[in-house]
Write a protein that binds this ligand. Sequence first.
Ligand code: COA
Length: 386
Amino acid sequence: MAPPDTAPPLSEAPYEGAIDRGLEGVVACTTSISAIAGTTLLYRGYTIEELAANATFEEVVYLLWFGRLPRREELAEFERRLHADMPLPPESFGWFHGLPTRVHPMDFLHAVVAGLSLHDPEANIIDDVASLRKSTRLTARLGTIVTAYHRVRSGQWPLQPAPGRSLAWNFLYMLHGREPSPEHVRDFDTCLILHADHELNASAFSARVTSSTLSGIYSSVMAAIGTLKGPLHGGANEEVVRMLLEIRKPSRVDAFLDEAFAARRKVMGFGHRVYKEGDPRAKILARMAERLTREAGVPELYVMSKRLEERMAAEKGLIPNVDFFSGSVYHALGIPVDLFTPIFASSRVAGWCAHILEQYRNNRIYRPRGRYVGPKDLRYQPIDER
Ligand SMILES: CC(C)(COP(=O)(O)OP(=O)(O)OC[C@H]1O[C@@H](n2cnc3c(N)ncnc32)[C@H](O)[C@@H]1OP(=O)(O)O)[C@@H](O)C(=O)NCCC(=O)NCCS
């Protein structure tokens, strides 16, 4: 039988451009939001140490979106709008309570953001004004969703955010059902600041890729949530505390590491694509973890962490990243382990939105190439001849 009439065989060589696995070394865009240089992290030109010591999360969100620190009246107006958007819209109440509650909270967050987009008449409008309004709604609401999810799965009624209080205050209040101490609010606020943005990390890149097709902010943030969830990115903070709880006591750290090294298993919370000499966020979080684990009566978490750090540096040359000490901080604040990555999302959403806004303002669709290494010149075989 004559071969079917098909397109001519692939005669051109597959794309031969240089390959950077994992896009290491590829500069995919210009950005003026944040920068990593050596062991320094800058948001809009300010070091993370400077912001962690002096700013509030709300101020940092303003800085990331508008490129400068707000004046007093600008901050007051910005906070008023952000805090007013914290409650979930009433039209979501019907379906919110019908969603499954035995799922990972990141999957729940993903589903609720999709649900909220269906009720947002501006969901697919991508001009600057609508995009900023949606950024405000998303940044205000992610923490509300996470805490409401936890209350519902624990058989409790979700709490409404208290007006006039910060996102950090309200997160702890809506989670625990009691007013948080000013010290815990300050620590939690600092954690939000430290996680708010990080140059072209995997989830920000996802957000930018999605928005580069001129898809809306909700779709872009959903792509970012899905990307953050993985254990090689934001999911690592949960794995770190599970590891520490499994090790249980400082005397068991060495045996744990010997076994992990022998099995060539990754130790979560260590290593970074960009930082090789130290992650400045981890240094701030280490100090916080030392104090908070002591105050919470679980100092062994910090002692174990320091031993892990010592051996990982000496034997693998790997540094603790942002996820290594944040887990102990959240655990000491009485936060359930599976909420750690959703907290990361509740802060990083500010950075995602900044990247999406920047992408829209100077857009070109992301479309890299893949080098084809599969078979060529195959002919279609009728189904009975395969
Ligand atoms: C962060 C991370 C994904 C960066 O990945 P990357 O830039 O591709 O780094 P690589 O995986 O190429 O690492 C280089 C080497 O160090 C090893 N390595 C990296 N992180 C490691 C870890 N946490 N534990 C043990 N070994 C590790 C790799 O196995 C690799 O070794 P090899 O060259 O013998 O194969 C990676 O370090 C990692 O998986 N860390 C654990 C997860 C984590 O904490 N993620 C949060 C990031 S903020």
